[in-house]
Structures are given as structure tokens and as C-alpha cells.
Design a protein. Structure first.
Length: 129
């Protein structure tokens, strides 16, 4: 079995150099927005909890916890001083409806409620460290 495995392994094209592993790395950051942590990259669309900003307005997030620039990682204690992430509010949207149904059997008690969580769609414009 071992011989055939070696034949299979060496017959497959492998590019295991470090350049091939890390060639498509981009800059990313981990940011705290409204108590939730998001991993963001430039030009990424993000659905955050509802923000007070109007549509089309620019927003700035200062609670940057981590920044990775081509393998050079900066970790904050708890945040990185001077780092910020800027974005643009595209729209305010609602999530799908969640039905909350409560019932107590044999008591004639049944309550049906619905809930739609509100989100803000943000496009990340830049990451500054």
C-alpha cells in the first residue's frame, strides 16, 4: 500500500513553496462594532447591528483589535492605538421574520409574535494602522 501511495503522491502536481501558500494574502482586520467582532477586508460588504448613521454617510470604527498586513500581525491590548477602519453606510435592512410561538397545552393559552432584526449594510473603504 505504501508504494502505491507514493506513486499517487508524486504523480499529483504539488506547489508547496511558501510563496504559493501566502501569495494571495490581503490586509485584514478584526474590529469591534456594537459589541460584536467582525473580520473585515477592504471593499467588503458587512451587515452590522443597526447604526445611527444615515444612508450614504461615512462611518469610522476605532475599536480595532487586530491588523494583519501581509503576514505582519499587530495585536492590540485590547485595541490598537491610532488604528481605524472607515466605511460607508449603503442601506438599512431587516432580516427575515422569526416567529415566536408560545403555548401551554390544555390551558387555552397560545401567543404568536414575530420579530425582524434590523441591520446596517456597510462597505469597508479603508483600513489604517
Amino acid at each position: 500500500m505504501g508504494f502505491f501511495w507514493k506513486l499517487y503522491w508524486f504523480s499529483m502536481p504539488h506547489d508547496l513553496s511558501l510563496q504559493s501558500i501566502f501569495k494571495n494574502r490581503t490586509m485584514y482586520a478584526v474590529v469591534d462594532i456594537a459589541g460584536k467582532q467582525f473580520k473585515v477586508e477592504k471593499d467588503q460588504y458587512l451587515y452590522t447591528p443597526l447604526l445611527e448613521a444615515k444612508e450614504g454617510a461615512s462611518v469610522k470604527f476605532d475599536k480595532v483589535l487586530l491588523i494583519d498586513t501581509d503576514g505582519a500581525v499587530q495585536v492590540g491590548t485590547p485595541v490598537i492605538k491610532g488604528a481605524s477602519i472607515s466605511g460607508k453606510v449603503l442601506e438599512h435592512v431587516k432580516d427575515g421574520k422569526v416567529i415566536v410561538f408560545k403555548k401551554k397545552r390544555r390551558k387555552g393559552y397560545a401567543v404568536k409574535n414575530g420579530h425582524r432584526q434590523q441591520f446596517t449594510k456597510v462597505q469597508i473603504e479603508s483600513i489604517k494602522s
